[in-house]
Design a binder for this molecule. Sequence first.
Ligand code: PEP
Ligand code: MG
Length: 593
Amino acid sequence: MPEEKHPLNSIKATTPEPAVKSTEERFAGIGASRGIAIGECYAFVKDKAHHENQELHEKNISEEIERFLTALGRSEKELKKIERVTIRKLGKGYSNLFQAQIMMLHDPILIDAIAGRIRSEHKPAHLVIEEEFDHYLEKFIQSDDEIFRDRADDLHDIKNRIIRNLHVRKLHSWIPEGVIVSSDNLSPADIILLSRSNIKGFVTDSGGKTSHISLICKSLNIPIVVGLGNLSQKITTGMQLIIDGTTGTVITNPEEKTVVHYLSKKDEEKKSEENTSLTAMLPATTKCGIRIIFYANIDFKEELQAIRTAGAEGVGLYRSENLFTDGTNVPKESEQYSYYREMAEMITPMLLDIRLFDIGGDKLIYSPVKEPNPNLGWRGIRILMDLPDILDNQIRAIIRSNIHGNLAILLPMIISVDEIQHVRTVISKHYQELTKDGDSQIERPGVGAMIEVPAAVELIEEITRCADFISIGTNDLTQYTLAVDRNNVIVQNLFEKFHPAIIRQLYRVIKTANRNHCKVTICGDMGSDPLALPFLLGCGLRRFSVVTSDIPKLKSLVSCYTIAETEALVEQCLKLDSPAGIKACLENFQAAH
Ligand code: PEP
Ligand code: MG
């Protein structure tokens, strides 16, 4: 890659204006959720913020010891979970390792030593834990005995686990309201928790357009700029910021004239959104009269209020994993039931496709084991098949909620027909059990497969004969087809949805689904891209599931095209061998309409 084209090189400040002593600086990132935010920044530092090194006040000593003991409890819970999974996957032999770690958490000498030093030295727990464990670690590392040297890693792991657990769930209490949050790296759980403090916008060093944090911000209608390299190191709490989630621009210490400019831009954006909303209530049809359906992608129940006014005809993707707030607490069947039931009631007779928990990967990490490559690891359907309790509870909750018959189940990360069959069997078992009285009104939900891994594309013939519907997840399909991490800023320029490999896969999937009379929807971010719209129509796609705020604009664009001309466009695009060529072809087509 030529040096100047590398994304990390584009992240640099432009020269500030010299006239008055301006400290305004501009930075270029990736605009991943549109909107303009102007305000004060809060520099969110995940770990360090919790590690206060000051001496403790006498009155805080008991609380600190309590915190240490709670952290031991949480660590034990995590280790037991690892132990259970290990037994299931590798047998009992390997699980001894974790039993030994759990025993260490109960070691009275260690616990007394740490609690005693917190009490006598007034030191915060994390410092004492660090020192006590390091004392043992040194001995282990220097030991002549190989067994002890091997155990050093375990000791290190327990130390970090306890320290991390000192701080869990302390997050949102100390975030001020109405700020723009800057951080090197945020997880979906961080965004969800922080958004409750009326956050105006987010800026992060890492991430890409289709990272889950970006998609969640889009759903929440909060601007976010990602992929800013190391900008978080330059931003401090209290600094004035402007962020533009459309262009990816971040401005620090803006001058007054810049603020005025962006305030009026924000106003214009609002007006233009209001205008397109007026036409959104009408059904979308192409110029030649073919009906196109737009569903909404949602992350939270609260978004349902907005989908009708945006002109959505249902929900094509509800990301149910957002019910996990911290990645480890599985929502109970009863909690899920009341949530899904309320959603079903709210949108009936419109459809709601509930995607089963797609935990793992870059989302809420369920695995307590640090996976070297989580996106290729324990994620989505794999976790659900390994931990049947989670699958059973979710399926029961969905079936029980389906009193209006408007719910369907969507399966994440499918790579085989067996996985679909497995879930079908589980659904049948619970459906029979829940309706055995004979007078039950609940309907059996349909089963759909996410097409987001190249293996599913290869098996599309079989999958579209086995599933009731499919939904194409172009975010992961792009990631896995091109071997480009959707969150990694260094390779974001290679994350190219118009790559010939992707558009050929889309063509094949849509054609096969239509031939087999299997309902097909796109729910990846590509469905929101106006440039992709005529191509997808030309492939035969008639259902789109996109972030709610994009629906009005897409509905009005549909009427610009006839299907015949989009089919000719597809023919042209399929002959091209580069993303640049395909984009140019699509841009020409767009310009001509
Ligand atoms: C996708 O992968 O395109 C998709 C819609 O699922 P998610 O973004 O939630 O992984
Ligand atoms: Mg996906």
